[in-house]
Design a protein around this ligand. Structure first.
Ligand code: ADP
Ligand code: MG
Length: 701
């Protein structure tokens, strides 16, 4: 049989004419046999067995239960009524619920007679309910025809309108299996199939579309998910390996005077175990002859700066310059001050370059950079300007990278003939296992330990109706000498309204905390940068007690004396943003607090976010919850990684399979880096097709 049959245009499948082909293309992106084969069902209706009520789980599959109705009632609710029937078997009870057609149902349902009910489950607390179930009296059910597992395919309004129903799609697939004789070539090697007990590819494809039973369905899903993730991992890993071979870097072969002097005499504290480990990892990269491209992840306050400094000292030890870039002027300034302080007893030349650096100073700086008199440059985007030329830039560090784009990173590369090593630091935590699997072109180091002696921040959730008490609390803290942040949401879509909220809030705070006893700063995006900096400065210096702000303060500001973070309309913030904001406090010796203010109206998801914040301050745990709530779409880097276009696997739900796929991809490449061995022929072929950008998984033999 023609091995390229899966590339046959879908219009040639019997039962699909030009009209249907057009709709399949516009609605589902399906143009070939192979793409139709990969239209996997969203869920299945399992009519092969009856479940006992005490066995029910929220699995997404519809279930079938045998029992009887013992009670029916109408429940009044805000919008209309609902009809609720109590349905029991010998193991428990569930509720059947109707919102529509209640009159007819009420008149026709029979109490205390055996029924087969069929439908999808919801769960409230500990009890299940089934909205709008299919109902059939047992005696009628037994005389009817039995259908096994029925696949339900993704659908759209237009598909149904054009008559491409679930049944039609299923028919098309039957036809496809007929024309291809259901014989699809293998994509994995024997060894993988045996050690993971995978069913063959043909069997998997057949059972994903026409499952014989639950067991075979589960096996088919596992096989296809594994395969999909395996090939994504294979691509990521080989891309990384190729980069390491191709891009030469400058090896920092010595650990010399500067690093050792600092380490032995000027470290202000003992490094945490995690900091030591991470420095070692980075040193390994810098010492090799490949260019480093590494992501350093560490929660707010985990101590990334000192790691950055020690890496820069390594660069100097090897005769190179280093630069550290921050996303805002304030941050760059803080870094500069901090580093200068740390280096004050050492002969290291360090300077600051930002948008507001004066012309004369700037010219001087440019000269020093070019003749190599300057060792470390700290700055903002200004560092990227073409006029800024280094004598020999060896290491570039980017702090809080989500504000820097790929284009800017690549500008850094051009600062030297040989690209400098690049270290990107971020406080946006990504769950460990996921991070390892997500990034193709970055290596990852993680600081997963906070310096000792940090006091946990007390986090509480308060409703707006308790505002007066919160004001009282603020007053007490100010009396103790502390400073307060009050943060308002600012979301592009509702910008005008949000500014109004911010200004209203500001006015009420000014009323509540009047001059001359209280000094208040305000910072928001509509202010001129100069005014922003001025207000920020006053707060940093302790001249003002309260900082009212939008999320512009989210990144990096360090005011150890600020010990209270009030977040207004906290329900409108995402988890990672809340976590970042909270990280602004808890930086000094005093007990710190975070107060999440909300209205009473909260969605379930918002409630979960708030509860998570109150429960934990572990950034990785928070990231894990966030990922479950929102999916991976917003994580940086996921766009390029191909993990968003998965057809069947889900990187959150199928995290275990992902881990195993990664493990086996590493093993496979270790044993056969170029996939040349005969036993890996299938893997090589599949890989080659995938990397040609063709969306076919395999072909028919
Ligand atoms: P971040 O990772 O958020 O950039 P920083 O580098 O700003 O964190 O460090 C936060 C604070 O913790 C700083 O005041 C820093 O001096 C301090 N710090 C960092 N490492 C340690 C350590 N090993 N022991 C004690 N304090 C530390
Ligand atoms: Mg930092």
């Amino acid at each position: 049989m023609n091995p390229n049959q899966l590339q046959t245009p879908i219009v040639y499948l019997k039962g699909v004419g030009p009209n249907r082909a057009e709709t399949l293309k516009s609605e589902l992106g399906i143009t070939t046999f192979g793409e139709l084969l990969q239209l996997y069902p969203n869920r299945y209706l399992d009519k092969t067995q009856y479940y006992k009520i005490n066995q029910l789980q929220l699995s997404g599959a519809d279930v079938q239960i045998l029992g009887k109705i013992i009670h029916i009632k109408t429940v009044e609710q805000k919008r209309g009524k609902r009809l609720v029937a109590t349905f029991v078997d010998d193991t428990g009870e569930i509720e059947l619920v109707w919102f529509r057609g209640q009159k007819w149902i009420r008149e026709n349902l029979r109490l205390n007679e055996p029924y087969v009910v069929f439908g999808r489950l919801n769960k409230y607390g500990n009890s299940f309910s089934m909205p709008h179930p299919e109902m059939e009296l047992l005696k009628e059910h037994q005389s009817g025809m039995k259908i096994a597992m029925q696949p339900i395919y993704p659908s759209t309004e237009k598909l149904s309108a054009k008559g491409i129903t679930n049944r039609i799609i299923s028919k098309m697939l039957q036809q496809l299996f007929l024309e291809t004789r259901a014989n699809f070539s293998e994509t994995l090697n024997e060894e993988l199939r045996t050690s993971l007990k995978l069913i063959s590819r043909s069997e998997a494809l057949l059972n994903i579309h026409f499952p014989k039973n639950q067991d075979l369905l589960a096996k088919a899903q596992f096989r296809l998910k594994f395969e999909e993730l395996f090939f994504v991992q294979l691509q990521l890993l080989s891309k990384k390996a190729a980069r390491k071979q191709k891009i030469k870097g400058m090896p920092f072969s010595t650990v010399g005077h500067f690093f050792n002097d600092f380490f032995n005499h000027h470290l202000p504290f003992e490094l945490t175990g995690a900091q030591k480990r991470v420095i070692k990892e980075i040193r390994g990269d810098l010492g090799s002859s490949a260019q480093m491209n590494r992501l350093l992840q560490g929660d707010v306050g985990s101590g990334k700066t000192i790691v950055a400094l020690m890496c820069m000292l390594l660069a100097i030890d090897n005769g190179f310059q280093a630069c550290l870039m921050a996303p805002t002027e304030i941050l760059a300034q803080q870094h500069y001050n901090g580093l200068k302080e740390l280096l004050r007893k050492m002969e290291v030349k360090i300077a600051l370059l930002t948008g507001s650096t004066k012309k004369t100073e700037r010219t001087l700086l440019h000269n020093q950079l070019e003749n190599g008199n300057l060792n470390i440059l700290v700055g903002t985007h200004a560092v990227l300007e073409d006029k800024v030329q280094f004598k020999n830039l060896g290491l570039a560090i980017i702090d809080e990278q989500h504000r820097f784009g790929v284009a800017q990173r690549s500008k850094l590369w051009q600062k030297n003939e040989i690209p400098p090593h690049i270290l990107v630091m971020t406080a946006t935590p990504i769950p460990r296992t996921l991070a390892m699997s997500l990034y193709g072109d970055l290596d990852i180091s993680i600081i997963d330990e906070l310096p000792p002696g940090r006091q946990a921040i007390k986090t509480v959730h308060r409703y707006d109706s308790n505002r007066l008490k919160v004001f009282g609390f603020i007053r007490d803290e100010i009396k103790k000498g502390r400073q307060i942040y009050i943060v308002y949401p600012l979301i592009q879509e509702s910008e005008a309204l949000d500014y109004k909220d911010l200004m209203d809030g500001y006015e009420s705070i000014v009323r509540e905390f009047p001059l001359p006893d209280y000094q208040i700063s305000i910072v928001h995006g509509k202010m001129k940068p100069k005014d922003k900096d001025y207000e920020m400065e006053r707060f940093v210096k302790g001249e003002t007690h309260i900082m009212v702000a939008t999320t512009v303060i989210e990144v990096g500001v360090n005011v150890p004396n600020a010990s209270v973070m009030i977040i207004e309309s906290a329900e409108r913030f995402g988890l990672s943003q809340l976590h970042q904001l909270r990280g602004r406090v808890g930086r000094g010796a005093e007990q710190s607090y975070c107060v999440l203010m909300t209205s009473h109206k909260l969605s379930e998801e918002a409630r979960t976010r708030l509860e998570t914040m109150v429960r934990t301050s572990d950034g990785f745990e928070i990231a894990e919850v966030d990922l479950k709530l929102r999916g991976p779409g917003d994580l940086m880097g996921t766009q390029q990684s191909g993990l968003l276009n998965l057809k069947i696997a889900d990187i959150v739900r199928d995290n275990q399979i992902l881990k195993s796929a990664r493990y086996y991809a590493i093993q496979t490449l270790k044993n056969d880096p170029k996939l040349e061995k005969p036993e890996n022929r299938a893997i090589r072929n599949t890989y080659a097709q995938l990397t040609q950008g063709k969306a076919i998984w395999g072909y028919i033999s």
